[in-house]
Write a protein that binds this ligand. Structure first.
Ligand SMILES: C[S@@+](CC[C@H](N)C(=O)[O-])C[C@H]1O[C@@H](n2cnc3c(N)ncnc32)[C@H](O)[C@@H]1O
Length: 246
């Protein structure tokens, strides 16, 4: 969906005054942590087709996907929603061998300030929104913000997809975790498929990424979906074999 530059400017003004950055760069080392499960090109291809793009990302962590969207074009803006809080950050860093992040994450507001420091160069194009979805989606709606695309990568329930669509009916809905939760019966797949059925959408997926679409499948989609089906089946088989071995 293309939106006029006037609407974009209004959006950006509202966002800049509500979600401002601190005056000085936080005294935290920059950090990168890539959590890319693959397939994000089905999103970047969509961004490339448009001139200006306002993205809402739900579940930002240290921003590996945010960086991916920003790299597509200088006209991409990201509204980055995450609470950046809880005790789990330092433990998670420890468990994953990211020892250099344990101490910064233990500090007050450590994860949030690490994110701000890491994205300091992108201050003009990133709006850090500290809090949770769906609450923050209502706040953005009240502000009159009009996102082109909403990327879900947070608590793996998919509960906020309906809310997002109700508030922003023309936004492209997409997200991560398509392969997440084999033991839990793939909760994201369930939520996305249920949404698609109720609202007449088609689901396209590639590795961990999914996207909801209103266009019918083309031959290319059928080919992609067959490849996706085969690679998902192989993934399931491998996971089952791994569980059996344990
Ligand atoms: C898997 S990480 C996100 C990864 C990130 N998109 C990336 O590519 O690097 C999940 C994040 O979701 C955040 N989160 C959990 N529940 C949330 C909610 N209800 N709203 C917004 N963020 C949430 C967590 O704090 C965590 O940082």
């Amino acid at each position: 969906m293309k939106i006029s530059s006037q609407i974009v400017e209004k959006n950006l003004d509202a966002l800049r005054s509500k979600y401002s950055w601190p005056e000085n760069r936080p005294d935290f080392k920059t950090a990168e942590w890539n959590l890319d499960g693959g397939g994000r090109e089905i999103i970047t291809n969509r961004i490339l087709k448009n001139e200006i793009f306002i993205i809402v990302e739900i579940g930002v962590f240290l921003g590996s996907s945010v960086k991916k969207w920003l790299a597509v074009s200088p006209n991409v803006y990201v509204i980055a929603i995450d609470p950046w809080e809880g005790n789990w950050w330092a433990e998670y860093a420890e468990k994953n061998g990211r020892h250099e992040l344990v101490e910064p994450f233990k500090k007050e507001d450590g994860p949030y300030l690490t994110f701000l420091s890491s994205f300091w160069e992108y201050k003009e194009r990133v709006f850090p929104v500290r809090g949770t979805s769906p609450n923050k989606l209502y706040e953005l709606f009240e502000l009159g913000v009009c996102p082109n695309l909403i990327y879900f990568d947070s608590d793996k329930t998919g509960d906020d997809i309906e809310v997002a669509h109700r508030l922003f009916p023309s936004a492209i809905l997409t997200g991560d975790d398509w392969n997440w939760g084999i033991e839990q019966g793939f909760p994201i797949r369930k939520a996305v498929r249920k949404f698609a059925k109720n609202h007449d959408y088609y689901v396209r997926s590639k590795r961990a990424t999914w996207i909801l679409d209103q266009n019918k499948y083309t031959l290319r989609d059928h080919i992609d979906s067959s490849i996706g089906f085969i690679s998902n089946s192989l993934f399931l088989l491998r996971s089952k074999l791994k569980t059996q071995k344990k």
